[in-house]
Design a protein around this ligand. Structure first.
Ligand code: ZN
Length: 402
């Protein structure tokens, strides 16, 4: 179905445009089709779908470790976590089939406007499902961490097997002690510091290490909430961002923020970066670092993955960087709405997409039926199915919300 998104301002890091945004066959079009379905988006802004550069999709329902922080490094946290595996709540969370937990992690991302995710763990067949809720980084290499060689592909072998034009990801310098500070040099000595090296966390990088990362054209994925939770501090993002070598990740809810929007909101609230700079991290910089040329932009030919929000006035980026997921008006993948406010019901119908009424953090929404599996929805706090309009709660009906 051809669609024309009219009267909105399309916002990327490079440009603003008031020209109607055409969608043809699920991609951004180069011209408007005469018979396109028109969506009136006056007073709205259209952003590219967001990129989460670091996530462990399958553990977002596992209860976090409550004690021991701050840890000197991630290995100390991993060691402390071993006893946590005996907790009944953790055992119960891990008894949920991994396939469902992976889908849940993806749904968590999608609800917050994230349409593309770098999942940092062994590949699982469930990730290949055609109806998986987000697009995943593919064709990449990875290791887990220098100090935990027993888990994940061996470092040098994995790096050597990764083509130079594909990203190679590893947790690195996730700590504040000398162990973490030594890791960049170790990586370099192993011959694994290169322009396609993507270093997750980098909290232990000192000034001279940041110089070396930038000089190598390598990159860092910043996960500030996870860092503060586990380590008591994070990195200074300024120089890496200015060099175009910084992306943003949530990690999982084991240590990280609820979602990428919360992470973005926190950065802006702490005034670590401007909203414009935060938008760069989750669109253009992430796309460049992860070698995803069709992500993070609205140029003709790229998949029509979009986040649509209300224009709150002022700098456009502030209408996205600073809101919560329930405030998003619509999240669109491949030109089709996935979750949206209820007044977009006709768009779902025009796209041939059956939608199911839900509430998200108390706000009525429509969720694509393919994502509305009860077992999946049940894993996400704040998301509730409204099984049937006739069963809507009396309060919702009284408020005209159902
Ligand atoms: Zn991680």
């Amino acid at each position: 179905m051809d669609v024309s998104l009219c009267r909105a301002v399309s916002v990327t890091t490079e440009a603003r445009s008031r020209v109607p945004l055409p969608i043809r066959a699920g991609r951004i079009g180069s011209s408007l089709a005469a018979r396109a379905y028109r969506v009136d988006l006056r007073d709205h802004l259209i952003f590219p779908g967001l990129i989460n550069a670091h996530e462990h999709l399958h553990v977002n329902t596992v209860p976090p470790l409550k004690t021991g922080a701050p840890f000197p490094n991630s290995y100390a946290w991993i060691a402390a976590f071993q006893a946590h595996f005996e907790e009944p709540a953790v055992i119960a969370a891990l008894q949920v089939p991994k396939e469902l937990r992976l889908r849940h992690g993806a749904l968590k991302n999608l609800l917050a406007g994230t349409t593309c995710v770098a999942h940092h763990d062994p590949w699982h067949p469930a990730l290949d499902a055609t109806n998986f809720p987000v697009t995943l980084l593919r064709d990449y290499g990875w290791s887990y961490a220098l100090g935990w060689p027993g888990y994940g592909p061996p470092v040098q072998h994995s790096f050597a097997a990764t083509p130079a034009d594909r990203p190679w990801l590893i947790h690195l310098a996730e700590g504040t002690d000398t162990t973490a500070q030594a890791e960049l040099t170790q990586l370099d000595q192993l011959g694994c510091l290169a322009p396609n090296s993507v270093l997750i966390h980098g909290v232990g990088l000192r000034e001279q290490d940041v110089d070396r990362v930038i000089a190598s054209d390598a990159a860092v994925v910043w996960c500030p909430t996870s860092n503060h939770t586990l380590l008591g501090r994070s990195l200074n993002p300024q120089r890496l961002r200015a060099a175009g070598r910084l992306a943003l990740g949530t990690d999982s809810r084991l240590s990280g923020a609820r979602d990428l929007l919360e992470e973005m909101r926190g950065i802006a609230a702490r005034r670590e970066l401007s909203p414009q700079q935060v938008l760069e991290l989750v669109t253009t910089q992430a796309a460049r670092i992860l070698r995803l040329p069709s992500r993070g932009s609205l140029t003709p030919g790229v998949p029509a993955d979009l986040v649509i929000v209300e224009d709150l006035g002022g700098d456009e980026e502030r209408s996205l960087v600073g809101i919560e997921r329930s405030q998003i008006r619509a999240v669109v993948r491949n030109g089709v709405p996935c979750i949206a406010d209820t007044d977009f019901a006709e768009w779902f119908a025009a796209a041939g997409m059956e939608a199911v009424p839900v509430t998200l953090d108390g706000k009525p929404k429509l969720l694509a039926k393919s994502l509305a599996e009860p077992a999946l929805v049940a894993l996400e706090p704040g998301l509730e199915l409204i099984a049937d309009r006739s069963e809507c709660g009396r309060d919702l009906i009284m408020e005209g919300r159902c």
